[in-house]
Design a protein around this ligand. Structure first.
Ligand SMILES: [Zn+2]
Length: 76
């Protein structure tokens, strides 16, 4: 089965970091906030493209990772 890359499919152990080059800030994005803003069916990549820096309003460079401290189960 195809796994769609939508906000509702982001797992709890999945964290998203965002960096702003111009002002050298790093943010950790809250997936719950993204879901609230765009809805669970919204494509993750499109949502990340719309995230901008709170300080300068530029588009952030985002990076996705898994939280290694959390237990990761087999894919469902
Ligand atoms: Zn910035």
């Amino acid at each position: 089965m195809e796994i769609r890359d939508i906000l509702g499919n982001i797992r709890d152990d999945h964290v998203i970091y965002a960096d702003c080059g111009p002002c050298r800030r790093s943010f950790r994005l809250d997936v719950a906030v993204l879901v609230e803003r765009f809805g669970p069916d919204y494509p993750t990549l499109d949502a990340l493209r719309k995230v901008v820096c709170k300080e300068c309003g530029r588009r952030l460079t985002t990076m996705r990772a898994y939280d290694s401290k959390m237990q990761v189960g087999p894919p469902r």
